[in-house]
Design a protein around this ligand. Structure first.
Ligand code: ATP
Ligand code: MG
Length: 279
């Protein structure tokens, strides 16, 4: 789509050139080991609550990456492959998903990407809901049990008490909880830094995907971003404006933006690198 093309081109250029200026690239040698087959067999989530959710219920929420034969699951598989390659090349294990404004597909993209990655036997994935104002990851799994990240932040609840595993091998979810308004103040606390550190270090061979708030609504993302290895930026076709994309690209200058996803795309011929269809 023409209006946002220029800004997306910039993002693609950054992506293709490997590093934006000021990248803090972790040396693969010193970074957390990149997941491999052998290391993952035998991980047991002894504490983790098992949540039963049917495939039909997931699909009704547009969570479809677990399906072997689903036309739209292919888009997430392609995205997965490219994202994994970037993570592997850089020795990165954490990835945040954000967008300019609300409702552009961050949570759905993060969730389907997490599932798609977990289906690849080489990886286990933790999907963490860090959108404290609109914590919607749990809704995609029809998860109604109380407790979530906000309880870990505000009440010091151990993370393992609020994690759940849906019926998808290799995937663990850290749900949000009650929505809060003072999100950026909370995200800037030492306790959150400690939590993020714990999530990334808890299991050696795991990728953590953070569902983040939008960039242009609060400064939440900027509180959390320094602790993340990389970011994906979601653009909604027909909704995200060019000036919004340009502003976000300015804000993300020098950050590890590994890709821009054109979401809800109705143009299957588009040449954008990452694209997820409207479905
Ligand atoms: N590719 C897509 N095709 C069709 N609908 C989609 C697609 N991506 C997202 N949606 C729908 O758009 C709505 C918003 O998606 P989602 O909740 O993922 O956005 P978000 O950016 O996380 O929103 P928020 O800012 O509220 O957290 C949801 O109803 C979701 O099902
Ligand atoms: Mg969301």
């Amino acid at each position: 789509m023409e209006p946002i093309k220029a800004a997306i081109e910039r993002a693609r250029h950054q992506r293709n050139s490997g590093e934006a200026p000021g990248f803090k690239k972790r040396s693969p040698a010193s970074a957390a080991p990149v997941p491999n087959d052998e290391a993952l067999t035998g991980i047991e989530y002894t504490h983790t609550f098992q949540h039963q959710v049917s495939r039909d219920d997931l699909a009704a929420n547009r969570v479809i990456a677990q399906e072997k034969r689903h036309a739209f699951a292919d888009a997430y598989r392609m995205l997965r492959t490219q994202v994994l390659s970037k993570l592997r090349d850089n020795g990165w294990t954490t990835l945040g998903v954000t967008s300019a404004g609300a409702g552009q597909g961050k949570t759905l993209t993060a969730t389907n990407l997490a599932i798609s990655m977990a289906r690849n036997v080489k990886h286990t994935v933790l999907l963490a809901d860090f959108d404290l104002r609109r914590p919607n990851v749990r809704n995609l799994f029809n998860y109604e049990r109380e407790g979530g990240l906000i309880d870990c932040i505000e009440r010091g609840l151990p993370v393992e008490d609020v994690l759940f595993t849906p019926d998808i091998d290799g995937l663990v979810v850290l749900p949000g909880g009650e929505a809060v308004d003072e999100s950026s103040e909370l995200l800037g606390t030492a306790r959150v830094s400690g939590l993020v550190q714990e999530l990334r270090d808890r299991y050696q061979n795991r990728i953590v995907i953070f569902d983040l708030p939008p960039l242009l609504v609060t400064d939440d993302v900027f509180e959390i971003m320094p602790q993340l290895d990389s970011l994906l930026f979601v653009v909604e076709e027909g909704k995200t404006r060019r000036d919004e994309v340009a502003r976000c690209m300015d804000l993300l200058e020098g950050k590890n933006l590994i890709g821009t996803i054109l979401n809800k795309s109705r143009d299957s011929q588009s040449s954008y690198g990452y694209q997820t269809p409207y479905y």
